[in-house]
Design a protein around this ligand. Structure first.
Ligand SMILES: [Zn+2]
Length: 478
């Protein structure tokens, strides 16, 4: 429509930390949002997603500063098709961050909601020391295995993954889940840790699990554990520490190499993975799957896997060579995304793929025929079936709405964890095939849940993890 005009707004845009207002754009078609999402000074959450509304339109969530809202309102003043609205939902206070250590220096195990009476709630979100303490407690109480990863974060923190259910042979582990890569998406690490705690507690007690209206038998618990689960609950500890201390919706890590103050600090770890990372080369010039600007929320870093957190995340695949299914846990949309995220899927032209340089400069635009990403049809069927079962379980817990869709949606991404996971089969010699997912837990538009939402998120995601794992097992782990 008027990309040049939107591009001209970049110069006048101010990037403001904190004080971001959740808004949504509304328009008759997703295509109406194409120009505004190309402006990398605006914040569209993990990735821009256009969701259908009940009245047949589409809505696009964003987090904008007041000056940005003013400039966009002015820009769209005479355009009756697009409107910008502040999300005027009166909200309870956001869930508090825990103080102290509820796991008493790794001696008291986390207790999930699936093994407790209906209506039980957890009183606060874990602080980063509690996440470490929780891992240590899962080890001391249940014998969970821990592995310290080799790179230290920019601020010098050590990163640890846990692995449970299949003993000490790392080649017996087939499921991999990670959380906390985007710092502000509060509750992601908690969702994962409390689920693992539930599995271990139920297995030990010989019981099942209950999440709202969803119940699972002890046999199902044991089968999920037997698949071997690797869990990495805090991918971005520096970012989470900063967000928890300042409540400023911080997303990236805290690397100061490319910028030392304000918004210019940090890399978006979920654009830093080695999948079409150098997007300027691989994608059509019209697309903005990531950003080269350090002050953007989607800054891609200084090289593919330049960041220690990315290196650690990738090292999990070499440590656990038979991982077959991967899920990265994000918020806040209410959907489950599956491969690919760089362009629309196609199952017929094998040579039209992310490794073929003949298509450099053509990837990204949705709705055209210049490029679509190849996915074998069996893989697409498997991936979709598991996605469908996962969101059905999440809906069944308490009736919140969730959907599944291809990750590209309407706007491409590069360098993301889910595409990287799936791409390894083709780009890394001898690598196992890994089906990659991105879960965006709800509620839509809200990175800092209320206490009630935080607890509902635990129930919804934990049932989702159960059915994701069970469906993955039925498709196959080898
Ligand atoms: Zn995210």
């Amino acid at each position: 429509m008027k990309y040049s005009l939107v591009a001209s707004l970049i110069a006048s845009s101010t990037v403001v930390l904190g004080e971001l207002v959740p808004v949504h754009f509304k328009a008759p078609s997703p295509a109406h949002f194409r120009d505004v999402v190309r402006n990398d000074t605006y914040d569209f959450g993990c990735r821009p997603v256009a969701q259908p509304t009940e009245d047949g339109h589409f809505r696009l969530a964003a987090w904008l500063s007041e000056p940005q809202i003013v400039e966009l309102e002015k820009f769209y003043e005479r355009d009756t098709d697009i409107s910008i609205k502040r999300n005027l939902v009166k909200r309870a206070a956001t869930a508090p961050i825990g103080t102290g250590d509820r796991f008493s220096s790794g001696t008291v195990a986390p207790k999930g909601l699936g093994t407790q009476a209906s209506g039980t709630t957890i009183a606060s979100i874990m602080n980063i020391n509690e996440i470490t303490s929780a891992l240590n407690a899962l080890k001391s109480v249940y014998g969970a295995n821990l592995l310290t990863l080799s790179s230290k974060t920019f601020e010098g923190r050590t990163q640890v993954v846990g692995y449970v259910g299949a003993g000490t042979d790392k080649s017996a582990y087939h499921l991999y889940l990670s959380a906390g890569i985007h710092a502000r998406e509060r509750g992601g690490p908690d969702n994962l840790i409390y689920w693992i705690a539930d599995l271990l507690a139920a297995s030990k007690a010989g019981t099942g699990l209950t999440y709202g209206s969803k119940t699972y038998t002890n046999a199902q618990v044991k089968s999920v554990l037997a698949a071997g689960i690797v869990f990495f609950p805090l991918v971005n500890p520096d970012g989470v520490a900063y967000d928890q201390a300042n409540s400023n919706l911080w997303r990236k890590n805290r690397n100061t190499k490319s910028g030392s103050s304000g918004a210019s600090v940090g890399v978006d770890l979920n654009r830093n993975f080695d999948f079409l990372w150098n997007f300027k080369k691989y994608f059509a010039s019209s697309e903005s799957p990531a950003s080269t600007s350090p002050s953007s929320e989607t800054f891609y870093g200084t090289a593919a896997a330049s960041e220690p957190e990315t290196k650690n995340h990738v090292s999990v695949y070499s440590n656990f060579p038979k991982i077959r299914w991967f899920m990265d846990i994000h918020s806040a949309v209410g959907d489950l995304l599956y491969s690919w995220g760089d362009d629309e899927d196609q199952t017929t032209t094998t040579t039209m793929n992310f490794q073929n340089s003949a298509y450099d400069g053509k990837r990204g635009p949705v709705g055209d025929s210049a490029y679509k990403e190849y996915i074998p049809s069996t893989d697409l069927t498997n991936i979709r079936n598991v996605a469908t079962k996962t969101v059905a379980a999440m809906k069944a817990v308490g009736g919140r709405s969730y959907s599944s869709q291809q990750a590209v949606g309407l706007y491409a991404t590069s360098g993301a964890t889910d595409d990287y996971a799936f791409s390894r089969y083709w780009s890394v010699s001898g690598a196992n095939k890994v089906y990659g997912y991105t879960l965006e837990f709800a509620p839509s538009g809200n990175f800092y849940p209320t206490l009630s939402e935080f607890n509902t998120n635990i129930l919804d995601t934990n049932a989702g993890f159960m059915d994701w794992a069970l469906a993955a097992i039925s498709v196959g782990l080898e």
